[in-house]
Design a binder for this molecule. Sequence first.
Ligand SMILES: [Zn+2]
Length: 199
Amino acid sequence: MAVSLQKQDNEAIISFTKTKNEIVNSVRRTIIDNVLTFAIEDVEIIKNETPLYDETLAHRLGLIPLKTNLKDYNLKSKCSCGGVGCALCEVTFTLQTDDNGYVYSKELKSDDPQICVVDEQVPITKIFGNKGVHIKAKAILGEGREHAKWSPAHAYLKENDSNSIDLVLELHGQLSAEETFNSALDILISKIEEVEEQL
Ligand SMILES: [Zn+2]
C-alpha cells in the first residue's frame, strides 16, 4: 500500500494504491464521525436586542468552525475534572457589541488565542439603533457522530482504477489535512487495540 497527499485551498486528496476500499472507507467514516474538533456548545445570552431569537443565535454560534488544538485539551466527558468543565476541556468565548450593522464571527473573542474562529467573516446577526448583544459561550471538543458541527470535513471516495482510490476531504478548517488524517489513524489503531485486548 502507498499513500500520498495533495492539497489545494480547503480540499485535500489522499490517494491510496494497492489497498482495499473497505480500509479507505473506514478512514473516511472515522474522519466524519470520530475525529475531535472544537465547537460552541453552551451559550449564555446576557443581552440580545437583535432581531434573532436566542435559540437561533445559539444555533448559529454552534455552527461556526473553530481552529482546534488537540494536544492541549481533553474531551469533557473524559477530562480529569470528571466532566464538570475546566481549563483543560473548555474554552470561553465572549461576543459583545452594540455597533450598528452586521455582527461577524471576528467579534467572537476567545480566552485561548489558539482556539479561535476559522473564518472571521461569518455573519451572525444584525444590530439596529445601537441595540446590542452580549453573549458568553463555551466551546468543547466533540465528535461528528453526535452533531455534524464537530465534523472536521466532508469526506468521500473516488475510485480511479482497480489499483487506486482517492479519499477526498473538503475541510471545514478546524484541523489541517494532516492533523485530520493522523487523528483518524490514531483512533482506528486504538479501536483495533481495544478489540485485541478483549480477545
Ligand atoms: Zn475538564
